[in-house]
Design a protein around this ligand. Structure first.
Ligand code: GLA
Ligand code: ZN
Length: 676
């Protein structure tokens, strides 16, 4: 059982709030700011994120600082019982800085410097930018260190992208020297004899570029690892003065689910809590079952990158966003589902982008708590009030942890290498599709899942599932062996154990170092177009294989099902290897969710696990949080029609009434229950 302290220690309730840009209304503060507070308080909003893009208002000219307006905002928040998630402004910088110090601007992969534009685009190395950030962060911390509104630091905004300027090239080369020691070691690690690519000096190396080298997988992988390191280093640089001046104020930066640029398991280790921005493309029809399941996975991943502590839903849209190809409204109930789903997966906050819609520029039509009608009369605002009211009644859940016994591996480094590799299908390797399939298999069978990467500890789990672990990172195979030996269940699939951490193929047959524990040799891989399939029959039911199908030989493993088509008919489709006290399963091809649900249910049962709720109908998901104040079960209907579920003996947290047996869930309804 894990009970965590509240994120802001003097605010022991669910945080409800959003991104707030009062400086955009500085000329109407007497009316607009006043209205903001009235509408925030009425909606049960107790936190607002301020200062995210405020640099030009805080330092309008170099060295000329204007904190008066922010003082007023902070005082106003405190007077209304609202905590500030105060941002460092590095996500966007003023025009004067770009004009005077062009080095703060990013360079593209052809070396061309960008003009002043948009946001999220500073050079990560520039000493000038680092100095400017250090100065303003320090001033913010000194000024607000004792302010009663200060609750948390929001570092920058959605770190991402990369810079290819000369300063970054130099830093990259230093990083390479540190990692590889000698140029020949680098050449060997990257297989540079290929196409006569051996370097004789680190100075010859340039970041991947469309004018230069993009086909060297070793280089590509190194650049991504380096970029992650740059962001970690930048984050550490940003928080140093904050940690020194305000050691008790937690820090976070808002992440973006499975976005490829940064290995969040690395960055996540530096955060006090993880926080993330969730914008599901709700469809308002039965496909919301898929949308919700993907969101569920993202929540578990974002919780996982910071060691499964309660996290923050830092941004979500109160209604339609403005940047999807088609921007649908949130049908009644979706807003509540979206917020409570985060809570169900371990979030201690429900926050929105944005509190108030601006009058101009590109986000004026993005969903907000307060719309252009400037009133409490619209549907969305009323639903937000309901979310605020509901959260206020769920305080017992606050800080409760998770106790999932199943772990699914999503690994950024593996993903980078796999997506870069040329074989089989070069249209889409479908790593995320495979992960989603296995995730859905477990959750639709009623189990909670932790999402981890290959560097995480796995001992505490009963089942670990590693789909498409193309790259085996150092120590991972040994960890799996020890885990299975001691009685764990490991599930592996096609395209696993092909390369080591430098993207060099394992010799001696795939799945490389996993061959012994899996008890199979994976000899060849066939790839199908969308009209081609294979089939197999398991436990009396026939299932389809699409996309990829491996030609596998059972060694010590026993064959549970055989392929039925093509020249490799009769080869294993599914194998099971008894190893020590545990078992290892190999799934030879990409199966659908029907199989993955049946298989996950069978394997979990075999491993002695019980589903949170039995026989979940399609479209209903459930999770559990466990803390000092009880075991909390969340049952979520994620579709716009009713569903019947059978609930174990529970109490409804909000009403206190008993819930047991058959219950009809209304469209998008969420039950928050406490187990008896
Ligand atoms: C991101 C950003 C916000 C805003 C929203 C719009 O998450 O962090 O500033 O642009 O997208 O959906
Ligand atoms: Zn740079």
């Amino acid at each position: 059982m894990a009970q965590y302290p509240p994120i802001m220690k003097d605010k022991p309730v669910f945080l409800h709030g959003g991104d707030y840009n009062p400086e955009q209304w500085i000329n109407q503060k007497d009316t607009i700011w006043k209205k903001d507070m009235e509408l925030a308080v009425k909606a049960g909003i107790n936190t607002l994120s301020v200062g995210i893009f405020s640099w030009a208002m805080l330092e309008p000219r170099e060295g000329e600082f204007h904190f008066e307006w922010l003082d007023e905002v902070m005082d106003m928040l405190a007077a209304n019982g609202i905590k500030a998630v105060l941002a460092t402004p590095s996500g966007a910088r003023p025009a004067w800085m770009a004009e005077k110090y062009p080095e703060v601007l990013r360079a593209r992969d052809d070396g061309r410097r960008e003009f002043f534009n948009a946001r999220h685009n500073h050079c990560l190395t520039s000493p000038v930018y680092r100095e400017k950030v250090r100065r303003i962060n320090t001033l913010l911390a000194e000024r607000y260190k004792d302010h009663p509104a200060l609750g948390m630091w929001h570092i920058s905004n959605e770190y991402g992208g990369e810079c290819h300027c000369d300063l970054c090239q130099e830093k990259f080369r230093e990083w390479l020297k540190e990692r590889y020691g000698t140029i020949d070691n680098l050449n060997d690690s990257w297989w540079n004899t290929f196409w006569s690519h051996r370097y004789t000096s680190f100075d010859q190396i340039h970041s991947p570029s469309h004018l230069g080298e993009r086909g060297s997988h070793g280089l590509n992988l190194a650049w991504r690892r380096f970029t992650t390191q740059q962001f970690c280093d930048f984050y550490a640089w940003e928080i140093e003065p904050l940690k020194c001046i305000t050691p008790d104020i937690p820090c976070t930066t808002n992440l973006m689910h499975t976005t490829r640029g940064i290995n969040y398991f690395e960055l996540g280790r530096l955060l006090d809590r993880s926080s993330w921005d969730n914008y599901p493309s709700w469809t308002n029809d039965e496909r919301d079952a898929q949308v919700a399941a993907h969101s569920a996975f993202c929540h578990d991943l974002m919780r996982g990158v910071c060691g499964n502590k309660p996290f923050m839903l830092m941004e979500s849209s109160p209604s339609s966003v403005n940047w999807q190809p088609i921007n649908r409204l949130h049908a009644p109930g979706i807003l509540m589902l979206q917020g409570l789903q985060a809570v169900a997966h371990g979030s201690d906050t429900v926050q929105y982008f944005q509190f108030r819609k601006g009058r101009g520029s590109s986000e004026k039509f993005h969903g907000a708590v307060v719309s252009h009608d400037n009133s409490d009369q619209n549907r969305i605002y009323k639903e937000i009030c309901q979310v605020g009211d509901t959260l206020a009644h769920l305080t017992d859940v606050l800080g409760a942890g998770t106790e999932n016994k199943i772990a699914l591996i999503f690994d950024w480094e593996n993903c980078w290498a796999l997506e870069d590799a040329q074989f089989g299908s070069n249209i889409n390797k479908g790593y995320e599709k495979a992960i989603d399939g296995h995730y859905n298999g477990f959750v639709r069978a009623g189990y909670g899942v932790d999402v981890i990467d290959e560097t995480c500890e796995i001992e505490k789990y009963r089942i670990v599932c590693g789909p498409m672990t193309y790259m085996l990172r150092p120590g991972f195979a040994d960890k799996v062996k020890a885990f299975v030996e001691k009685g764990g269940t490991y599930i592996s699939t096609y395209i696993s154990g092909w390369v080591d951490e430098e993207d060099l193929c394992f010799m001696g047959g795939f799945p490389g170092p996993l061959r012994e524990v899996m008890g199979i040799w994976d000899e060849e891989l066939d790839t199908y177009d969308e009209t081609q399939h294979n089939h197999f029959t398991w436990n009396g039911k026939t299932y389809e294989i699409s996309d990829f199908c491996a030609l596998v030989h059972a060694e010590s493993a026993s064959v549970l099902a055989e392929l039925q088509e093509h020249f490799y008919r009769g080869y294993p489709a599914l194998t099971e290897n008894a190893y020590g006290k545990g078992k290892a399963y190999y799934i030879a091809g990409r199966t659908g969710e029907d199989f993955l649900k049946d298989f996950s249910a069978a394997v979990a049962k075999e491993a002695g696990l019980k589903p949170l709720v039995e026989n979940l109908p399609y479209g209903v998901l459930c999770t559990q949080r466990v803390g000092d104040r009880g075991d909390f079960l969340f049952v979520m209907n994620t579709v716009p029609y009713e569903n019947a579920v059978t609930i174990p003996a529970c109490m409804d947290v909000r009403s206190g009434s008993d819930v047991f047996g058959k219950v009809i869930l209304k469209p998008y309804e969420v039950l928050t229950l406490k187990r008896k």
